[in-house]
Design a protein around this ligand. Structure first.
Ligand SMILES: C[S@@+](CC[C@H](N)C(=O)[O-])C[C@H]1O[C@@H](n2cnc3c(N)ncnc32)[C@H](O)[C@@H]1O
Length: 381
């Protein structure tokens, strides 16, 4: 009997299960794929059960994964399995993968395999089991012609909760996270003044394709970093040969100041206003999220910058509601641009990145009239 694909499993930061659940519930209602979320605080994932058998596939095509803020990865799954025998886990999992491939009508198998577990304090030994188990299971799947590396095929995931229970499912090609467990492997640059530096690096990698990173992070550009000290984000900008006005009353890293590309301005980030427009505005100030959202949207509305990346530090309670309040405020301000429809366009995205803690990262691009003209020229060429 082919399995019923009625369930989504969404990985998230441990402690943010409720927000991840609220978000998928809202998206599912909008897509008219009704169902309910199950969460347990601290478990690092959420399940969403659709009422209609097989509807999880429909939900995963109706929702743009990249629009989800709190989910690191998602899988379309069958029922949870609880009974892997300790002497041979490969055979039953290959059988389950075969049933899944049949249900999906896959002629070319899956792209490749990830064996994963929740990202929690408790799962260290389970993650090491996952790593060891990947090779024997991949071999079993290859023998059964279920893994062929086809780039257009969905990726197969085994998500283990312990060594005998978990989920088997797929992440849709092109509508899921690229990295295993939705976690990018970034190396801390030794010269960077703070670990926060990885938040901006991850944000660029997450929100911009390699081609966009090249086009939007050009040597000679100008940036403002609000709440810059000691300089982890400024360091990333300087690393791209971008000039930075670093706004913070706190001290900046001396070696970074020696680069000659940084001007340290000891001023309140809410009072600072640039004389000339800059390319990038970044902001990591620890402040009420609505104040930051308001400030960022005004910089963009007044065309003081073209790109903005900033953190919204979330409160202890009603975090999802607060995110929505900030989004509503930013849209209200940006939609007010009085320059005609085209000039008023902007892209607004957000994610709780791996290096984020009790916060999310937002990216806004409001293309300049010059860039819009370039795009139009490119289209007509
Ligand atoms: C999380 S730290 C920034 C870390 C920095 N992004 C890095 O990578 O090193 C927050 C900084 O915001 C600064 N800050 C908080 N409120 C501010 C304000 N109103 N104006 C300017 N800086 C502010 C603090 O002094 C602190 O240095």
């Amino acid at each position: 009997m082919s399995p019923s694909l009625s369930q989504l499993v969404l990985y998230c930061r441990a402690g943010f299960e409720a927000e991840c659940a609220q978000e998928i519930q809202q998206r599912a209602n909008e897509a008219e794929c009704f169902g309910f979320a199950r969460t347990e605080r601290g478990q690092g994932f959420v399940t969403f059960e659709c009422y209609e058998p097989g509807a999880a596939q429909k939900l995963a095509s109706a929702v743009d994964f990249h629009e989800l803020i709190f989910a690191r990865q998602w899988l379309v799954c069958t029922e949870r399995f609880t009974d892997l025998p300790t002497d041979d886990r490969v055979t039953p999992l290959v059988e389950k993968a075969q049933a899944l491939a049949d249900a999906l009508d896959l002629t070319n198998g899956f792209r490749y395999l990830e064996v994963e577990a929740p990202d929690t304090e408790e799962s260290h030994s389970l993650l090491s089991f996952c790593r060891k188990f990947t090779a024997p299971l991949s071999n079993g799947l290859k023998k059964a012609e279920l893994l062929k590396g086809d780039k257009k095929a969905p990726q197969l995931h085994v998500f283990l909760l312990n060594s005998s229970a978990g989920y088997i499912g797929y992440s849709p090609a092109g509508n899921s996270a690229r990295d295993a467990m939705g976690i990018p492997r970034l190396k801390f640059p030794k010269q960077a003044p703070s670990r926060s530096t990885l938040k901006l690096e991850e944000a660029w990698r997450h929100f911009l394709s390699p081609a966009k990173r090249k086009a939007y992070l050009q040597p000679g550009m100008k940036a403002v970093d609000l709440g810059a000290a000691p300089g982890g984000w400024t360091w990333q900008l300087v690393n791209q040969d971008i000039r930075v006005a670093a706004i913070d009353n706190g001290p900046m890293d001396e070696a970074l100041m020696d680069s000659g590309l940084v001007e340290h301005i000891q001023e309140d980030g809410f009072k600072y206003w640039p004389q000339k427009k800059v390319d990038w505005l970044v902001c990591d100030m620890v402040e009420k999220p609505i104040r930051v959202a308001d400030l960022m949207a005004h910089w963009l509305l007044k065309r003081r910058c073209e790109f903005a990346i900033f953190n919204l530090k979330l409160p202890m309670k009603k975090r999802y509601e607060e995110v929505q309040r900030c989004f509503d405020r930013m849209r209200e301000i940006l939609d007010d641009a009085q320059e005609g429809d085209e000039a008023a366009q902007y892209q607004l995205r957000a994610k709780q990145l791996y290096h984020d803690r009790e916060e999310i990262t937002v990216f806004i691009h409001r293309p300049t009239p010059e860039r819009l003209a370039q795009w139009r020229k490119g289209q007509s060429a």
